[in-house]
Write a protein that binds this ligand. Sequence first.
Ligand code: ZN
Length: 534
Amino acid sequence: MLLCRPKMKECCTFRRASPTVFRLYGTIPKCSIRFPSSIPRNTREVFVGTTQHLASTGPQTTAQFLIATVRTLISLTETKMRKVIHELLPAESDLEGLGHEMHALVAELYPICRSITGNGVRETLGRLQRFIPLTVHEVPSGTRVFDWTVPLEWNIRDAYIKNSRGERVIDFQKSNLHVVSYSTPLHKKMRLEELRSHLFSLPDNPDWVPYRTSYYKRDWGFCLTHKQLLDLSEDEYEVCIESSLESGHLTYGEFYVRGESSEEILISAHVCHPSLANDNLSGIAVACFLAKRISQLRRKYSYRFLFAPGTIGAITWLSINESTAHQIKHGLVLAGVGDAGSLTYKKSRRGNTDIDRAATLAICETESKSQTLDFTPYGYDERQYCSPGFNLAVGRLSRTPHGTFPEYHTSADNVSFVRPDSLGESLSVCLHVVSILEQNRTYLNTNPKCEPQLGERNLYQSLGGGSDNKATELAMLWVLNLSDGKQSLLEIAERSHLRFEVIVRAANALKEHGLLEEVSAQSLPRSTERQFAN
Ligand SMILES: [Zn+2]
């Protein structure tokens, strides 16, 4: 299945946000945008994946000849970067193994008690250093970061509720979710009546332990299953929380990978949740493996991978790096990318940036269902990157959106809730997004007055013939028609409903024949003035 199937409501909001660029979607739902209806379905399949498999029945059609010709040209003229990008995308068989490796990392990190500060974050980052050379930053408590202040550092060694027989009826050693994160230290005996207001459970899911925090209000509490709560009898309980809340540091990890350009792609994941697998660990694992893969290849962009506690970590990073944050040209927050649900891309605040286009194209080009959501000022750290003072082109990749699945922020978001195949697909989509951004170019048609003779250049044998050649013809015609020095290949792919890979191939072939010249991103031409990158 090549078609993405977002909800109609989201299709409509997508169109509203970018009326000019997306106007061709105006009369058809986004779920059918991949190709115009005049192109038969078997034509689409020619372009799946690496497009190695042409239809093999019968004599070679004109379309097949055209495709073969374009492929030959490309194989002769591929740029170095294109080869690099090709290497970026893992084979299906590799993805399966990577999915299991990421799942193993999730399982390894799962028991660690993380919070927005403390040793749990340090231990997590330390384990990631086995995969990538993260730089660990420590920001002192009390540091002013915009309207916020880096809080005291919280650590915990043990916590329990013992009944009068000395039995641990609630035990932090069994699950770190049992203690409200940032609970103040406590050792006191109390009756159930006094204890009850500090206990949190989920009556609708009586076997699950909820996840609660109290970062900015000094308090303490325990989370337990509703069954455990109902089992508590009138008794005197010994309540102990061996925690510390002291001046220390906020810790975050950063991995910068230099590219040919100083322009950056930011990948950000939060590292502040304790034993929660999808919310937290899935994003960490995918970001880590993405970083490892990208760092091994040549690239146009520089990449910055940020592993920081949610909200306060992103705010801290932006505060420290305010003067250079403008170098971030595209960004993705990764959160909740390991569950079995379909892919979701949440657009940046600006809503019509290249990352919005690339991510939407990438999830639509997977074989799974997907949806694109408009920006809202609620969610993960895209809230900070997209705050009006920065307004960075940063969107968010998730699977099932947070808060919309019952396991969210409960003990049921465990290692088995996260699936290797989902992690693998999420990694693949991230690489696809990156490959689109890396290959995106803006060209100027050097023969803009009427169509050039493609046949004379062996790009084009015939404009007539069967319907199978429509996609190839269309790719070249779209690229020639829209390459006005302003519209990028990404915009052309979007508007033509053709796969980005097909558009790139057509553009490479046309460029090879002198029909396109690349335009510098910094100096898009005015009507009569051409300025080229090379
Ligand atoms: Zn969360």
